[in-house]
Ligand binder design. Structure first.
Ligand code: 7TS
Length: 389
């Protein structure tokens, strides 16, 4: 049976060239980069190249830092807990402003910090499903606020926040700004020259790198207490022997994802729109968020009267892999807050299904998925009408 992977917001296939690039670091160039012998030092040029690729990928300056870490969850924890130690615990500024639609890596960390005395404001989204600068303006009291943390693009809806405006407003107020850019890197241009963020998190497995490696960008001058203490790796900002293979892989994955941005914007978008149009040709289907406000690869669709999980099950049986939202929040969709703000039918919370493409998705796969979606919707609706009849 044909297998079509349409859950690329959860994770992506490793680019075969990226896999090939990390191969030598397991059994040949396996030295600890901190060792002084040849086994250690021979890894340095490849590590420097990987860093260069990461810096160019997001437009980082020479004096900025990019910490190589284990994932975006770690990066988000590092920023929020670091600011807790550095600012909230040391000054009268107790407030963190975030949004209701963040990934649990931010939301649950904020809830933990609330239990330790931080005051957290969870901004709602507007009728377009994005965080409005006006909402931020109301809460952004520089005397009280330690950090603003707003995601670049949402993982469930693909909706892109006005991140430049939000970051500029925060900077003008003299407050630190963090963005979780996990769902933006490799999908839309991400450039810290244009957007004045202090901290930015990304994760290799969302742009065709391996799982278990990520990056945390720190702008020059913004300091952050480390999450991990120990050795002097990463200039003392993150202790622990660097995973050289994964660092090299992430560098190449970043370069290739950045080079493919044009393809993403045109071809991935075209295939996404083709699938979306086919869904919209069916009765009682809603798609969340305007197309032009979304990353080019994402659709969150609701098929009225069809329970999301039943739908996924049927799709899976026919070889199409989609999801009911974040694999990280198993019960409710993170997007519940979005639905409320957008006045979307409450039923959607149970009927929402996310389809996310990548540059490895083919036209043939989309055509097959369209047939499967149409058949499945017809079949499930027939069953439900038989029962209700
Ligand atoms: N932030 C965002 C916006 C994400 O989408 C995810 C993963 C993470 C952080 C966590 O990344 P990790 O590197 O720590 O794994 N999101 C999803 C998802 O939408 N479905 O499965 C995982």
């Amino acid at each position: 049976m044909k297998q079509v992977y349409l859950d690329n917001n959860a994770t992506t296939i490793v680019d075969p060239l990226v896999k090939q690039a990390m191969e030598p670091f397991f059994c040949q160039m396996f030295g600890n980069p901190n060792s002084l012998h040849r086994f250690g030092t021979e890894t340095h040029p490849e590590m420097a190249l990987a860093l260069d690729r990461l810096y160019s990928g997001i437009g980082a300056g020479d004096n900025d830092d990019i910490l190589i870490n284990s994932c975006a969850t770690e990066g988000n924890n590092n920023v929020l807990k670091g600011v807790y130690w550095d600012v909230i615990n040391q000054t009268g500024k107790k407030r963190i402003i975030t949004s209701q639609i963040e990934h649990p890596a931010v939301l649950h960390t904020c809830q933990f910090l609330e239990s330790k005395g931080a005051e957290v404001v969870y901004l709602p989204v507007n009728k377009d499903g994005i965080v409005d600068t006006q909402f931020l303006k109301r809460e952004l009291d520089p005397d009280k606020t330690a950090l603003v943390s707003i995601m670049w693009a949402n993982n469930e809806t693909g909706l892109i926040n006005p991140i430049k405006e939000l970051a500029e407003m925060t900077k003008e107020a003299g407050v630190l700004f963090h963005t979780d850019a996990v769902q933006a890197v490799g999908k839309v241009p991400v450039n810290v020259q244009d957007v004045p963020v202090d901290f930015l998190t990304f994760s290799a497995h969302k742009f065709h790198g391996p799982k278990g490696v990520g990056g945390l960008y720190i702008r020059e001058g913004a300091s952050l207490t480390p999450l991990l203490h120990g050795g002097e790796q990463m200039g003392g900002l993150r202790a622990g022997t660097v995973n050289v293979a994964f660092m090299v892989a992430m560098g190449l994955a970043m370069e290739r994802a950045t080079e493919a941005l044009d393809y993403e914007d045109k071809e991935v978008r075209r295939l996404r729109d083709k699938l979306e149009d086919a869904m919209l040709s069916l009765p009682d289907v809603d798609i969340i968020g305007k197309r032009e406000l979304r990353t080019p690869n994402t659709i969150l669709a609701s098929f009225k009267g069809i329970e999301g999980e039943a739908f996924l099950w049927d799709l899976n049986n026919k070889g199409v892999a989609a999801s009911t939202g974040s694999a990280c929040s198993s019960e409710d969709l993170q997007a519940d807050a979005t639905f409320q703000a957008m006045d979307v039918d409450a039923d959607l919370a149970h009927t929402g299904v996310r389809f996310s493409l990548s540059r490895f998705t083919t036209e043939e796969e989309i055509d097959y998925s369209i047939d499967v979606v149409k058949d499945t919707v017809a079949r499930l609706r027939e069953i439900s009408s038989t029962y209700s009849g």
